[in-house]
Design a protein around this ligand. Structure first.
Ligand code: AMP
Ligand code: ZN
Length: 473
């Protein structure tokens, strides 16, 4: 399907058409997780956003090459692995596996390549050598730093030069991977070995040590996508210093444009504020599953907000998603019945069908700066205008295909989702249904009695306009 895809470019601050530089494959790099603990639902917002972007491109007929790294050596992974008394490799493998399981649960497509920084130490050393040779980096007491003043383009992406910087902080050498957001410092490329690094060091021309975090992404994107590629993406917090530093290192090495388009996803907030462990509002996918919500519902919450706006996550937003998905599910079921099929096409089959029919306005919304909330609204508009009961089998079969095309672009799974919820015991379902009937008949006392009974049994009912949902308390 030849639909133009546009997306805001954080570098130019304008929407730009997305099309492969080489005319064939759209090559993009996403900064991956730092594997030192479970991913939180903010991290997943960013990764699901990138996944949805890739799906939209592929549904629009554009081939992709998606690289997402794993940060398996940095200050945090080393510190935590030591605190746990584990080797860095064992420790990061554990969290990487957990992360991969979350990605599968959230129905993300596997990146084509998922490199880890530890496997690319020689690549990073080679880059540092080139930077020293070109006069962009200098050695100091066994560490190597990038000289910010040697790259006049520094700050172009984040407009850091326009910000108020801390007096005296400019042009000092800084060792930590994540330094103060308001200081403009020469950042570290190679960190000389320190006692607190334990056994985590490698050999280099500057002695034992380890690479700095920013360099990892420059080296791995160079290895798998080349000196210049289509797009680079991450959460908005990565714009400065991480992406600014990546641009500086890579462009000084190659002498050419690093990434042609920058895609940044705004942060997820919880209950209107920053997620934090001390406030008790820090959630992982496992936390939500324990409360009876599904990963599909979380994905729907992500899609209900535009990636350039803060997404305010609440538990209620998961319930609203459940109700919306129930409507989508009911439509899918009745369409499947008319089409006389029970087969749910997989992603490739759904995508290759290549047309959206009445869902074309929804697909176009996705192609316009990845407007997922608008696309969802347009799907509901289309659904409302279709009376499935009147459809002939061939027409229903075609619509079923077109519906799955738009669901594939969003990464929504519906039928499977209902099966996931089959763990609600029969008697609880029956009681909830009885309560709904009582409530609909305005028998309030009976309805309240049944609600209390459900509550005592550990279940919560939530009413909506057209029905109710039951979740574990
Ligand atoms: P990290 O594992 O900390 O390296 O982060 C992985 C990704 O999650 C990065 O692209 C971050 O920018 C992104 N990220 C971190 N916090 C949030 C948040 N609250 N909302 C959305 N994305 C986030
Ligand atoms: Zn990165």
């Amino acid at each position: 399907m030849a639909t133009t895809v546009t997306l805001q470019d954080s570098m130019t601050r304008e929407p730009r058409e997305v099309s492969p530089i080489d005319g064939e494959t759209y090559r993009f790099y996403c900064c991956g997780p730092t594997v030192y603990g479970p991913a939180h639902i903010g991290n997943s917002r960013t990764f699901v956003g990138q996944d949805t972007f890739r799906r939209v491109l592929e549904c629009a007929g554009i081939a992709t090459k998606h690289v997402r790294n794993v940060t398996d050596v940095d200050d945090k992974t080393i510190r935590e692995s030591q605190a746990q008394g584990q080797t860095l490799g064992d420790f990061t493998k554990h969290w990487k596996d957990k992360f991969s399981a979350d990605c599968v649960a959230l129905n993300m497509l596997e990146p084509h390549i998922e490199p880890g920084a530890v496997d690319h130490i020689p690549h990073q050393v080679r880059m540092i050598e080139a930077l020293i040779e070109k006069g962009n980096a200098y050695e100091k007491e066994g560490s190597v730093y990038f000289s910010v003043k040697s790259f006049p383009g520094y700050g172009r992406l984040s407009r850091v030069a326009d910000r108020e910087l801390k007096p005296g902080a400019a042009q000092t050498a800084n060792d930590s991977d994540e330094y103060d957001k308001d200081s403009l410092a020469d950042f570290v490329l190679w960190k000389g070995r320190k006692p607190e690094d334990g056994d985590n060091y490698w050999h280099s021309p500057w002695g034992e040590g380890r690479p700095g975090w920013h360099l990892e992404c420059s080296a791995m994107s160079l290895e798998y996508l080349g000196e210049t590629f289509d797009m680079h993406s991450g959460g908005v917090d990565l714009m400065f210093p991480h992406h600014e530093n990546e641009i500086a290192q890579s462009e000084c090495c190659s002498g050419t444009t690093f990434a042609h388009h920058w895609f940044h996803i705004t942060h997820l907030l919880v209950d209107g504020g920053k997620m934090s462990k001390s406030l008790g509002n820090f959630y992982t996918l496992a936390d939500l599953e324990e409360k009876g919500y599904t990963p599909e519902e979380l994905r729907y919450v992500y899609l209900s907000g535009h990636y350039r706006h803060h997404l305010n996550f609440t538990l209620d937003s998961l319930l609203a998603s459940r109700q919306a998905m129930n409507r989508l599910s009911r439509f899918e079921k009745s369409l499947a019945e008319r089409a006389q099929t029970s087969k749910v096409p997989d992603y490739e089959t759904a995508r290759q069908a290549g047309e959206a029919g009445p869902f074309q306005p929804a697909f176009e919304a996705l192609c316009r700066d990845l407007n997922t909330p608008d696309a969802l609204g347009k799907i509901f508009t289309a659904i409302k205008s279709i009376d499935t009961k009147t459809l002939s089998q061939p027409i229903a079969a075609k619509l079923y295909q077109q519906y799955h095309f738009i669901l594939a672009a969003l990464g929504l799974q519906l039928l499977e989702k209902e099966e996931n919820r089959e763990d609600i015991p029969k008697e609880i379902k029956a009681m909830a249904e009885e309560r709904w009937q009582a409530r609909s008949a305005k028998e309030w006392a009976e309805s309240d009695r049944l609600r209390d009974e459900l509550s005592e049994a550990g279940w919560l009912v939530q009413d909506g306009k057209e029905g109710y949902t039951v979740i574990r308390k």
